[in-house]
Design a protein around this ligand. Sequence first.
Ligand SMILES: *Cc1c(COP(=O)(O)O)cnc(C)c1O
Length: 402
Amino acid sequence: MSNPKVTLPFPREPKYGRAEKDAVLKLLDAGHLSEINRGPATNALEAAFARLAGTRHALSFNSGTASLHAALHAVGANPEAGVAVSPMTWISAITAVYQAGSYPVFCDIEPDSPNITAPAVAQIAVQCSAVLATHTWGIPARMDRLTKATDLPIVEDCSHAHGAVYQGRAVGSWGAAGCFSLQESKSVSGGEGGVLTTSDREIYERALTLGHHPARLAAELTLPELKPLADTGAAYKYRMPALSAVIARQQLRTLPDRMLAAEQNLSTLRKALEEYDAPITWPEIGELSVRGWYGTPLTINVRVPDPKTLHEKCRAAGVPLRAQYEDWTQTPLLQRPDLAARYWPHLADSPYQPPTRDELPNYYKALRQMIVLKVPQIPAADYMEQVAEALATVLMRTVLTA
Ligand SMILES: *Cc1c(COP(=O)(O)O)cnc(C)c1O
């Protein structure tokens, strides 16, 4: 057998098309890029996200991280109790817990998915005030099990999963709140930005007070406990630029077609890899569910002796891998509360316990056994056939013969 390589370029369309350009020019012509209230650009994007998630409210932010901070604040994160989090996520989904005045308590992931496991959540619930559940790589977390495992409010981090559905219900509507990043690598981009979804009026209003303009607070706050804050809020500067809002609004329009194309591409890949008998376990999405698109985690089901070499060989063969996250749990910021206390003084005297490796066996197994593919969002059957052949060959040479 020769060394098959992916020779076709990664199939993609320009990230921003005609519709985005027109929307930006129209906004410039209107002469208002900063909407201190719920102006037309903000309004259109928030309404579209509320429809996408099927929630009563959606609130825009200038980043996904800001939306996480606001959601965790709104559900009552506090210094005395932790927030259950996944180790397999972006770092700011962990530090948002510090920003909200609490500390992370790491939960292991499921043996067959990149998401936190319900029994681990149940086990640590007594030490926690909330759960932050990431739909990692776009694979919906098993929200039915998580909501059964605990009465704590759950914030869903939907930054990888715009448009995903779990058991007939959109992500971002299962928990007390959902948070979506609109950073450029995400499948709906505003350049930068974030959106919080919720059907709970109290959570919406509390989230609003953290970083939105007093004009908007005055217009929208109704809760007696929050009204005294209408003149100031907490005055973080968290509102979304109108430019980001109009761009993200257009990106949402093409999302269904892009999701469908990615679905078909993945199914082409899967069929081809099954013909090669590649030793791969595919993520289970389950009934009445639709996945989102950030990466596609594939579990190699024979032991991978050296993940680094495997990743290098994949890349050399042109297999489109997404870089995996660092192991944040072992970084100095997470291991040394004295360092974290420079930014978040409540950590100087906190029940926080730096995580140890042996609490997270499934996570460490996944770091060894998992690769994360990028799947094109336009029809690309020929490309997927090439990826399948290249990947099957790499696996045969590096893991099956090791
Ligand atoms: C991107 C991302 C964030 C942070 O969003 P920003 O918009 O970059 O602040 C949070 N969580 C996850 C899982 C992400 O991928």
